[in-house]
Design a protein around this ligand. Structure first.
Ligand code: ARG
Length: 460
């Protein structure tokens, strides 16, 4: 029987149950719902609604249900109950009769679901943070294995300037660090407890909301009952933080898909994270990376969907808000598996250092050096840029690299060019000149890598 049966003479239609029931997906909050109910039963003792002995019975029964649920021993799909809150209450009533029927005193499913979902999001954010840390560790190990590897850096997907492969890896480490700090910020901002706010207007029973919040692991209670039951900012933020992190994973995936292409030939991916073609025997496709990129579609969609659902909802609770769960559950799952498969890709990936080095030497990626050299000779940068561009045109005409041009040809570009230009144009020299903080010289990259490895050791 539904929790609200008294007002009704006829039961729900099958179609109504299909549209209304959330148990098929909100059963994932079983642990959180039971935990919230246990804490609520303790609050009811302080409010004089339950005796210590009654509360003890309720807690024992709920604890047994919790461990059954956590061990996967409960078949939620066999239950006719509407949602996880009704399920837990029905169970308790079946076990304890009228005593079970006392638990919902002073509480509403509105403050209950807001509390359960906050607990669920907080728990998952903690494990997603660990997933991010693991992913960061895999990036750092990869950089560590290939400390001498040099790759072409691109802008507009045109070879621009060479960078160390570790510098590329550390760029993604910066992104993941921001993802982690967004998770931390979100946990702090959402760390308030709605329980005790009732349906919308607060509760008449003398429960200690500070204590409830504390027992449930929140920093404090929510301050306004209307807001507490209708706020889903924490879900939206979860969806945004997840989307941003997935966007980072997608960009990394895109880089690696390109590096792995036959055209680039910079990498080999492990057999364990690639697949073949049913028709073309030679194929080894980067499916894991393509799915890290592709799953962004649904994850970004989940954010958009909830924004649209929430837009224009009047205060306070509306059933529309039940639509907050499936997208969030999906985002959490996809984000988790993408971070995990990302670790496997990075662990089994091999950089072809000779091929990347060769590519980094091509494409006139040292043309900026020639301009900088001329600046050193006292020529204004804009003129130097122009002259270096002319040198590139001359080199292309002869099918040469800049460093292969004869000194006479270079002197034709500008008479101040001497033979020390060849040292400037050398690959390592190009890299090592970029030795200011944040640049790609060997020294700055190595320092940054060791610093991040040390940080990672402290947080892993
Ligand atoms: N299943 C509902 C949800 O997820 C729980 C809250 C229902 N509250 C109500 N007044 N009908 O949002």
């Amino acid at each position: 029987m539904a929790l609200w049966g008294g007002r009704f003479q006829a039961g729900s239609s099958d179609m109504f149950k299909q549209v209304n029931d959330s148990l098929p997906f909100d059963y994932v909050m079983a642990s959180e719902d039971i935990f919230g109910s246990i804490v609520w039963s303790r609050a009811l003792v302080k409010a004089g609604v339950l005796t210590e002995q009654e509360q003890g019975q309720i807690e024992a029964s709920l604890s047994a249900l919790k461990s059954d649920a956590e061990q996967g021993n409960i078949d939620f799909s066999a239950s006719p109950e509407e949602d996880i809150h009704s399920f837990v209450e029905a169970y308790l009533t079946e076990q304890l009769g009228d005593l079970g029927r006392k638990l919902h005193t002073g509480r509403s499913r509105n403050d209950q679901v807001a509390t359960d979902f906050r607990l669920w999001v907080k728990n998952h954010l903690a494990s997603l943070k660990q997933d991010c840390i693991n992913f960061m560790g895999a990036l750092l190990q990869c950089a560590n294995r290939h400390q001498d590897a040099i790759i072409p850096g691109y802008t507009h997907l045109q070879r621009a300037q060479p960078v160390y492969f570790a510098h590329w890896s550390l760029a993604y480490v910066e992104m993941i660090k921001r993802d982690i700090s967004r998770i931390d910020d979100l946990i702090e901002r959402m760390n308030q407890c709605p329980l005790g706010c009732g349906a919308l207007a607060g509760t008449t029973f003398a429960v200690d909301r500070e204590n409830i919040a504390q027992e449930l692991g929140f920093a404090s209670p929510c301050l306004n009952s209307l807001d507490a039951v209708s706020d889903r900012d924490f879900v939206l933020e979860l969806l945004f933080v997840g989307s941003t992190s997935m966007m980072h994973l997608s960009r990394l995936a895109e880089d690696l898909i390109f590096y792995n292409s036959g055209e680039a030939g910079f990498l080999q991916l492990g057999d364990d994270v690639t697949s073949g073609s049913s028709l073309m025997p030679q194929k080894k496709n980067p499916d894991a990376l393509e799915l890290m990129r592709g799953k962004c579609g649904r994850v970004f969609g989940n954010l958009q969907a909830l924004l649209v659902t929430m837009k224009g909802l009047p205060l306070a609770y509306n059933k529309d808000m039940q639509e907050d769960k499936e997208g969030a559950i999906d985002t959490v799952n996809q984000w988790h598996i993408c971070l995990c498969i990302g670790v496997e890709v990075l662990n089994s990936m091999h950089v072809n250092e000779q091929a990347t080095r060769k590519a980094a030497q091509q494409g006139y990626a040292n043309a900026t050096e020639l301009a900088d050299y001329l600046v050193e000779k006292g020529i204004p940068f804009r003129t130097a840029h122009d002259l270096s561009g002319q040198a590139v045109v001359a080199a292309i005409a002869k099918g040469q690299a800049l460093e292969d041009m004869s000194i006479d040809d270079l002197k034709n570009i500008h008479s101040s060019i001497e033979s020390d230009i060849y040292d400037w144009l050398q690959l390592e020299a190009v890299l090592n000149k970029r030795n200011q903080l944040g640049g790609t010289s060997k020294q700055t990259v190595t320092q940054a890598l060791y610093l991040e490895l040390e940080n990672w050791d402290n947080i892993k």
